[in-house]
Design a binder for this molecule. Structure first.
Ligand SMILES: *Cc1c(COP(=O)(O)O)cnc(C)c1O
Length: 443
C-alpha cells in the first residue's frame, strides 16, 4: 500500500488492522469469503473510472470500446457456466437484484411468497422491514416443526393465496431445496418462480448442490459468497422462463437500467468475470466439495459435543444452532466466540421464542475457512473449542443469576465474557491454527 501510506495513513492503518483481524480469526459467517489477488486487481483497476449507463452497444456516453467487450465477455461466461440463455451482470448487490426482478415481473401490491426470515429466508423475500414486504403483498411459508421445509404446507398455502411470484432461496436453511417440487407447485397457480441462490452459486458451479436452472424462470445470485468473487450480483433468465414469458429477458434488462440503477460498476463486473474463470478450474470443484465435507464434519462434531442443530445437520455450507438448551442468547454466544477468535453471527431459529434482535441461535459456515485450506481434522478442533466456550459461558451466566432482560445489555454480556478462562486459552489456539493455515492467494 505504497500510495495509501503517502496519501491517507489513517485509512491505511485501519485497513491493515482489519487485514490482521481477518488473518488471525476464523471467518465463519456463511455469507463471507475471501477473493483471489486476481479478483482484487480487477476490482481495484481503472475500470471504476468509467461511466457506462446502458448496455453493450447501447450506451449513453462515449469511450465504451473496451467496456463493452468486458461486459459482453462476462455475460457470456455467466451464460456458459450456469447454462442459461440470458444474464445481467449489472445489479450492484443481491438485494437490488431481487428488487429488479420484482420490478420486472410485478405491479405494486401484487402478491409474493418467500420463506419466512426466521425460518431461513432473506429480508428481501417479503419481510415487513424490507420494501419487498411493503410495496408488495407478502405471504411467507415456513419450515415444519422438524426443521425441514414442509412442501405440503407450501402447496396448500400457494393454492389458497395464489401468489404471482414464488421465491425459493435461503440464507439460513442448511438442507437441499427441492427445485422440482417448487416448480410443480408454482405451475399449479401459474406463478413465476425465482430461485435466489445467493448463498449457493459456488456450490452449484462446483457440482455439489443441485442447479435450479431447469426448474425455475429466473435466478438471482450474489457473487461474493460461495462464488468467491467481488461484491455484486447476477440475474439470469432460464429457457423455461422464456417459454413462460418470451419478454422476460427484456423486462429484466429494463428493470435494472433505467428502472432502478444508473451506471454499472464495471470494475466489479470484471472481477465477477475473473471469479467465473477461476470457478472453471478443477481446483474450484475441489474447493466447493471440501466446503460441504467440512460443514458436514463440523455438524457431526457439534452434535457429538451436545449442540442441537436445526434440520439435524447440513447438506451445504452452513449450520444453524439452537442454543435454547444452554439458556443463552445468540448475542452472548456470538460475542463470546468472537472473543475466542471464532467469528460467526447470531440468528433467529424457526419458531424462536425470543425476539429477532436477541435470538436463540447462531449461524456458521465453512466457505471462508475452507479458502484457507482447513479440512476435517480442523473442524473437529473448532467444534470442541465452541463447546468449551459455550458451556463455560452458560455456566457463568447461571452462577451470576442473570435474567434474559439483563442479558440484553451489552455491559452484562461483557461482564460474563470477562470471567471466562476458556476464551483466554482458546484465542491462543485459534491464532496458532490461523498461522498454520494462512490467507494466501489460491490461484
Ligand atoms: C446475501 C443474500 C442476499 C442479499 O445480498 P446483498 O449483496 O447483501 O444485498 C439476497 N438473498 C439471499 C438469499 C442472500 O443470502
Amino acid at each position: 500500500m505504497i500510495y495509501l501510506k503517502k496519501v491517507d495513513p489513517q485509512i491505511k492503518a485501519l485497513i491493515q488492522k482489519e487485514k490482521k483481524r481477518q488473518s488471525e480469526t476464523l471467518m465463519m459467517i456463511p455469507s463471507e469469503n475471501m477473493v483471489s489477488k486476481a479478483v482484487e486487481e480487477a476490482v481495484g483497476s481503472c475500470l471504476g473510472n468509467k461511466y457506462a449507463e446502458g448496455y453493450p452497444g447501447k450506451r449513453y456516453y462515449q469511450g465504451q470500446e473496451y467496456i463493452d467487450k468486458i461486459e459482453t465477455l462476462v455475460v457470456e461466461r455467466v451464460k456458459k457456466a450456469f447454462k442459461v440463455p440470458y444474464a445481467n451482470v449489472q445489479p450492484l448487490s443481491g438485494s437490488p437484484a431481487n428488487l429488479a426482478v420484482y420490478t420486472a415481473l410485478l405491479k405494486p401490491n401484487d402478491k409474493i411468497m418467500g420463506l419466512e426470515l426466521a425460518h431461513g429466508g432473506h429480508l428481501t423475500h417479503g419481510d415487513k422491514v424490507s420494501v419487498s414486504g411493503q410495496f408488495f403483498k407478502s405471504v411467507s411459508y415456513k419450515l415444519g416443526k422438524d426443521g425441514f421445509l414442509d412442501y405440503q404446507a407450501l402447496e396448500k398455502l400457494v393454492l389458497k393465496e395464489k401468489p404471482k411470484l414464488i421465491i425459493a432461496g435461503i440464507t439460513a436453511y442448511p438442507k437441499i431445496l427441492d427445485w422440482k417440487k417448487f416448480s410443480l407447485i408454482a405451475k399449479k397457480v401459474k406463478a413465476y418462480l425465482l430461485a435466489d441462490i445467493a448463498h449457493l452459486a459456488g456450490l452449484v458451479l462446483g457440482g455439489v448442490y443441485p442447479s435450479p436452472v431447469s426448474f425455475v424462470d429466473v435466478i438471482t445470485t450474489t457473487t461474493h459468497k460461495t462464488l468467491r468473487g467481488p461484491r455484486g450480483a447476477i440475474i439470469m433468465v432460464t429457457r423455461k422462463g422464456l417459454k413462460k414469458d418470451p419478454d422476460l429477458d427484456k423486462k429484466i434488462q429494463k428493470a435494472v437500467f433505467p428502472g432502478l440503477q444508473g451506471g454499472p460498476h464495471i470494475n466489479s463486473i470484471a472481477g465477477i468475470g475473473v471469479a467465473l474463470k477461476e470457478a472453471e478450474k478443477n481446483s474450484f470443484k475441489k474447493y466447493s466439495k471440501q466446503i460441504v465435507l467440512n460443514a458436514k464434519a463440523l455438524a457431526k462434531e457439534l452434535k457429538k459435543n451436545g449442540f442441537n442443530l436445526i434440520s439435524g445437520g447440513t447438506d451445504s455450507h452452513l449450520i444453524l444452532i439452537d442454543l435454547s438448551s444452554f439458556k443463552i442468547t445468540g448475542n452472548l454466544a456470538a460475542e463470546a466466540l468472537e472473543a475466542g477468535g471464532i467469528v460467526l453471527n447470531r440468528n433467529s431459529i424457526p419458531y424462536d421464542s425470543r425476539p429477532p434482535f436477541y435470538p436463540s441461535g447462531i449461524r456458521l459456515g465453512t466457505p471462508g475457512i475452507t479458502s484457507r485450506e482447513m479440512k476435517e481434522p480442523q473442524m473437529k478442533k473448532i467444534a470442541l473449542w465452541m463447546k468449551i466456550i459455550i458451556e463455560e459461558i452458560s455456566e457463568i451466566k447461571k452462577k451470576m443469576k442473570i435474567s434474559f432482560e439483563s442479558e440484553k445489555k451489552k455491559e452484562t454480556r461483557e461482564k460474563i465474557i470477562k470471567q471466562s478462562k476458556a476464551i483466554k486459552s482458546i484465542i491462543v489456539e485459534v491464532k496458532k491454527l490461523c498461522q498454520k493455515y494462512p490467507i494466501k492467494d489460491f490461484y
